[in-house]
Each structure stands twice: as structure tokens, then as C-alpha cells.
Ligand binder design. Sequence first.
Ligand code: ADP
Ligand code: MG
Length: 291
Amino acid sequence: MLTLKIEGLQKNYRKFQALKNINLQMETGLFGLLGPNGAGKSTLMKILSTSLPFQDGKVTIYDFDLVKEGDKVRQLLGYLPQHFNVPTQFTGKEFLHYVASMKGITNQQERHLQVEKVLEEVNLLPQANKKIKGYSGGMKRRLGIAQALLGNPKLIILDEPTAGLDPSERIRFRNLIEKLSKDRSIILSTHIISDIESSCENAAVIHHGEVLFQGATDALAEKAINVVWEVSVPYSEYDQIEKEYVIISSRKEKENVVFRVLSIDAPFDEATPVQPTIEDGYMAVINGVIS
Ligand code: ADP
Ligand code: MG
């Protein structure tokens, strides 16, 4: 079933075109919205959450028109904005009760049940009665997810939910997202491809307000077939390599550095072609280096 359909969406901030004729479709499950900073991810997500008007186009969420049936759409949605500030003097539980009331869950017993359920889902029950002030970055982010889950939304919009997390929090977070996406649809934006690599089957890449790719993440990886190479050179040649190729990553190997680079032609004779990953495909699409 189609969760989301976007047709010909245009968004301008005064004269600046932030989204140019966006066409996207999303089915149930986890969908990755990928793009570098400034691509238009947050703009798109604010529009989907019904909090930002747009100039042109049509957005349909579960058969409801986002503009004409905004109230119905809002009931189906949970949203975690990129810059989500929580009032730190509350406890986690108090904050969730407050959000639940705002979402119209006025029956006290129902609200209690829902708050306990979402706390459990994000694994925050042990800290529920502690002040948010003392929460770690990862805990605050999980609280952000918990508030998005209130009201049992069918579609959850998470805008860069992993930004600023340390490596162990990041892994924990990925597991949570994977678990949550089993029985809901989630659209998650990020510029860190490893966030979605293990759990996400479908994705779109946006850049400068345009969709450059959409489809299966496997197909995204395939965009970089025959254009990913490893070259081993002394570190002193870094500048040269950087000038000529798009560098994806590098690792040290004895006296040399092995660069993973994008290039349509073999960089030089000793270069070895390598199997592309999703990140390679993403980098190839963003930099226009596709075979
Ligand atoms: P992303 O979330 O992918 O980093 P954004 O949607 O935040 O991208 O921004 C896309 C572009 O729109 C950027 O160039 C940004 O500077 C611009 N932009 C975002 N919000 C505004 C605004 N309120 N007014 C003017 N320009 C904006
Ligand atoms: Mg953003």
C-alpha cells in the first residue's frame, strides 16, 4: 500500500527554490531520505508534517490530501523535528503526558497506557521519572521518538534523528528504528548513509532541492558499479588525488594510504575496481559520477 505520494512539489523561500518539482512515492516500511546539508530534507519533512505551506504540487498520505484534509493527515502522523527542544525541568514521563494531552488523548487512563507503552518501546522506563536535564543526548533523542509515537501514528517522520549521537548510542538507535519499522512506516532523513544501510530497503537521494535517485538501496549501490576504485599511494600524493577524483574514504596501509575514489575511467594501472556499497552509490549520484 502507498503510504505517501508526492507529485510536482515546489517550495520557495521568497525567491529561493528549496524544492524543485519533487516526485516521490513511499510504501510501508522504512524509507531513507538521503542528502547532504542544505539538500532540502528538513523543508520536505516540515511540509509532510503539515507545518510548512508550499507553492505547488500535491501530497497524499494514506489517501488523504495533505492540504484539503490536514486534520485527518495530522492524526496519522508522528514527527520528530531536526531541532527538537525538550523542556528540561520536566521528567520524561511528565513531558510525554503533556504531549499526549496536546495530541488530544484526554482520557487519563488511555493516556497513562500510551505513555507507558512508548516509554517501553524506546527503552526509557528506567529513567521515566528522572528530570530530562540529566538525560544523555541519546536519551533525549529516544524521548523525541517516544513523543512521535504517541497517538499510535501510522507514519513517523524522523528528521536526522541520529545527529550528534556517539557511536554506541547510534547503534542502539538503529536497532530501535529497525524494530519500530516492523509495524509502522517510518521516513528517516540523514546524510550518514550507515544509519540506514542495514535496515532500509528503499530510499531517495535529494540534492539542491531535486530528487536524483529513488528506489531500492541495492539499486543505489549499483549506481556506482564500475566507478569505485582503490588506489594505494604515498600520503604526499593526497592533494593530487583529491584534485582529480571524488574521495569516499581512506585507510592507512604500511607506508601508503589506500584511497577509495570515484572515477569513470581507471585512475591508473595499479588501481583495483571494487564492489560498490550504498554509500558509494550515494556519493556517485551526488557527485554525478555514474557509469
Ligand atoms: P537540509 O535539511 O537537507 O539540510 P533544508 O531543508 O534545511 O535542508 O534547507 C534547504 C535549503 O533551504 C537550504 O539552502 C537552506 O538554507 C534553505 N532554507 C531553509 N529554511 C529556510 C528559510 N526559512 N528561509 C530561507 N531559506 C531557507
Ligand atoms: Mg535538515
